[in-house]
Design a protein around this ligand. Structure first.
Ligand SMILES: Nc1ncnc2c1ncn2[C@@H]1O[C@H](COP(=O)(O)OP(=O)(O)OP(=O)(O)O)[C@@H](O)[C@H]1O
Length: 528
C-alpha cells in the first residue's frame, strides 16, 4: 500500500521531468520489489512506512545525482551564434498515413511542414510541428525540391523514416479545446480543387456531427466525425471558406432564380402557425401559381391534406433540379450538449414526414396512450379570407395553431407534440421552444404494401380512400424530404409496424426530454 502511494508520487515527479524520477519509478514498479516487500512486511512487524520512505528518498537522491545521459562531445569553439538547432525525428512507417502536409516557400525553395493532422502519426510523435523546416528525409536533402518530389521520397521509404528538421521557433500550441459543429451542407474533398491535400480531407454530409479539433488555420480546419472510431482528424474547409465557396457556386449557376433556394422571408415567430387538425388550410404563398412557391414555409401541415395529395408530383418535378447544396445556408451550426433542467418546459416535439406516412396516426395514438403526459396544441381559426376560397373547402375558414397554444401546453408541464411541414422547421427552431425534430420515414414500398392493407388516405377526390398504388410515390417523397431537410432532424423513425413505431416514438421522446442532446449553442445562451 505504502509502495503504491510512493510509486504514485514518483509518477508525478516523472510528469514534472525531475531528473532520475523515471529510473526510480521503474525500479519501484518492479514486480520483484513488490514481492520482497510483501514477504518482509509479513515477517517483521516493523514500521515500514518510515523506513521505506527514508530508504526511497536516499535512493532517489543517489539516482538523481548520477549522470545517466549520453556523454556528448564538447561543442566546437567556432560555432556561429546564429546556428539553428536541428531536430532529428525518426518515425516508423506503418499502414497509416504520416498525418502531415508540406508546403514550399516559393522564394527560398525551402520545404516546410504546413499542418500536422490531429491524432495522426506525426502528431502522436509530438516531434513535428507546423512551420518546422524540412532539411532532409532519409538522408536526401529536400531544399529546392517540389512537394511532389518530397512525397515520392516518402512513398519510396520503407520502415523507419528519418527527418532532419529545423524547428519552428514560434511553435503554435496545438492544445485547442474542441468545438462541436453540425454540418449544414455536404462536402466532398475529392471534388474540391482548392484543398491542399485531398487525401487528408474528410467528407461529410448535412446533419453530421463534427468535432473540430483545430481552427488555427483560417481556411482549413481539422475535424473528426462523431461518433468516431478514427483517431486521426481530417481537413475540412473553415466556415468562411465554405461560405465563399457557396457564394461562388451561387453566382456561377445559370440564371434560373428558383424560389426553393431563396431564404425564408417571413421568419418572425409570432407569425408562425403550426399544425392544424382543422379541415381547411392555406399558406400565403399558395396564391402564387408557381410550383416552387408551394415549398415556401407557411407552417401548416395537416391542414394541407387535400391540396397536398395532388401536389406531390408537381412538387417533385419542379424541385429535383434544385439541389439542397445550392442553398446559401450557414455551413456549420455550433452545437452543445444540453440536458433539460427538470424545472424548465419540455422541449417541443415536432413530427415531420411525407403525407400519408402516418405522422398524424402516431401523434394521435401517443396522446391517447398517455393524455396526462402528451398533448397537442388546440387548433384555432386563423383567418377568414375569401380570396383563399379556392384552396379551402371549409367555409373559407383557415385553421392553424398559434405558438400561444403551444405555450399553453408547455406551461401545463406537458409534452407538446405537433406535426409540421418540413419546410417550416426552420421557423420553429428557437431558443424558447428548443424543438426536437423526429422524421417519420416511409419503409420500403413492399413493407408499405404489407402494413397498410387496411389504411385509408384522404385525397382531393376521396376522403378515406384505400391506399392503391401510392406506395412508390410515398417512399419517393419521403426520400426527397429526408434529402432536403435531414440537417434539421434529430432522429429518424421508420414507420413500419404501427405498434412498434409507437413504442419507439415514446422512448425517443423520453430521451429527448431527459437525456443530454446536441442543440445549437445559441439556444443555450441566456437572453440579454
Ligand atoms: N405503421 C402503420 N401501419 C399501418 N397503417 C398505418 C401506419 N401508419 C399509418 N397508418 C395508416 O395510414 C393512413 C395514413 O396515416 P396518417 O393519416 O397518419 O398520415 P399522415 O402522415 O398524417 O398524412 P396526411 O398528412 O396526408 O394526413 C391512416 O389510415 C393510418 O391509420
Amino acid at each position: 500500500e505504502v509502495l503504491s502511494s510512493v510509486v504514485e508520487d514518483v509518477g508525478h515527479a516523472v510528469n514534472r521531468n525531475i531528473t532520475g524520477a523515471q529510473i526510480l519509478h521503474e525500479l519501484l514498479s518492479a514486480p520483484w520489489l513488490r514481492a520482497l516487500l510483501k514477504v518482509r512486511a509479513g515477517s517483521a512487524g516493523v514500521n515500514w512506512n518510515r523506513h521505506l520512505s527514508t530508504a526511497l528518498l536516499s535512493s532517489h537522491d543517489s539516482v538523481a545525482q548520477s549522470d545517466y545521459g549520453p556523454v556528448l562531445p564538447p561543442l566546437p569553439d567556432e560555432l556561429p551564434e546564429d546556428e539553428e538547432a536541428m531536430r532529428i525525428v525518426c518515425l516508423v512507417k506503418n499502414n497509416q498515413p504520416l498525418g502531415a502536409t508540406i508546403r514550399r516557400d516559393e522564394e527560398t525553395g525551402d520545404i516546410y511542414i504546413a499542418r500536422v493532422i490531429h491524432g495522426g502519426l506525426a502528431d502522436r510523435s509530438g516531434l513535428l510541428h507546423p512551420g518546422d523546416m524540412l532539411v532532409e528525409v532519409n538522408g536526401n536533402p529536400v531544399g529546392g525540391l517540389e512537394p511532389e518530389q518530397v512525397i515520392q521520397i516518402l512513398i519510396n521509404s520503407q520502415g523507419t523514416i528519418l527527418f532532419k528538421v529545423i524547428p519552428n521557433p514560434a511553435q503554435i500550441s496545438s492544445g485547442q479545446t474542441p468545438v462541436y459543429m453540425k454540418a449544414m451542407v455536404d462536402y466532398c474533398p475529392q471534388q474540391d480543387p482548392s484543398i491542399p491535400c485531398p487525401d487528408a480531407g474528410m467528407a461529410f454530409s448535412r446533419g453530421d456531427l463534427l468535432e473540430v479539433v483545430d481552427q488555427s488555420d483560417g481556411q482549413w480546419w481539422q475535424a473528426r466525425k462523431l461518433p468516431c472510431t478514427a483517431s486521426c482528424a481530417g481537413l475540412i474547409p473553415s466556415a468562411s471558406m465554405l461560405k465563399s465557396k457557396q457564394r461562388e457556386q451561387w453566382w456561377c449557376q445559370p440564371l434560373h432564380i428558383h424560389t426553393c433556394i431563396r431564404p425564408c422571408e417571413d421568419s418572425s415567430l409570432s407569425s408562425v402557425m403550426l399544425y392544424s387538425t382543422g379541415p381547411v388550410f392555406l399558406s400565403q404563398h399558395v396564391t402564387v401559381q408557381n410550383n416552387c412557391s408551394l415549398l415556401v414555409p407557411a407552417g401548416f401541415r395537416r391542414s394541407f391534406r387535400l391540396w397536398r395529395r395532388t401536389s406531390y408530383r408537381r412538387r417533385r418535378q419542379s424541385c429535383t433540379s434544385c439541389s439542397p447544396n445550392t442553398t446559401l445556408s450557414t455551413p456549420y451550426e455550433e452545437v452543445a450538449l444540453y440536458q433539460r433542467p427538470p424545472q424548465e418546459n419540455h422541449r417541443l416535439i415536432i413530427l415531420v414526414g411525407a403525407s400519408g406516412v402516418g405522422v398524424n396516426e402516431l401523434r394521435k395514438r401517443l396522446i391517447k396512450l398517455n393524455p396526462s403526459t402528451f398533448q397537442g396544441p388546440v387548433p384555432r381559426v386563423l383567418i377568414v379570407n375569401k380570396s383563399f376560397r379556392n384552396f379551402g373547402e371549409y367555409k373559407g375558414h383557415l385553421y392553424g395553431t398559434s405558438t400561444d397554444a403551444v405555450d399553453d401546453v408547455l406551461k401545463r408541464g406537458r409534452v407538446c407534440i405537433i406535426d409540421a411541414e418540413a419546410h417550416s422547421i426552420q421557423q420553429l427552431r428557437t431558443r424558447k421552444l428548443k424543438p426536437y425534430v423526429i422524421f417519420i420515414k416511409a419503409p420500403s414500398p413492399e413493407s408499405l404494401r404489407q402494413t397498410r392493407r387496411d389504411a385509408r388516405v384522404i385525397t382531393n377526390f376521396a376522403i378515406n380512400r384505400a391506399f392503391t398504388d401510392d406506395f412508390m410515390e410515398l417512399e419517393d417523397v419521403s426520400r426527397l424530404i429526408e434529402a432536403k431537410y435531414k440537417q434539421f432532424f434529430d432522429t429518424v423513425l421508420v414507420n413500419e409496424d404501427l405498434q412498434d413505431s409507437c413504442i419507439q416514438l415514446c422512448s425517443i421522446i423520453q430521451q429527448a426530454q431527459d437525456e443530454p442532446q446536441w442543440i445549437p449553442v445559441s439556444w443555450t445562451r441566456t437572453e440579454e
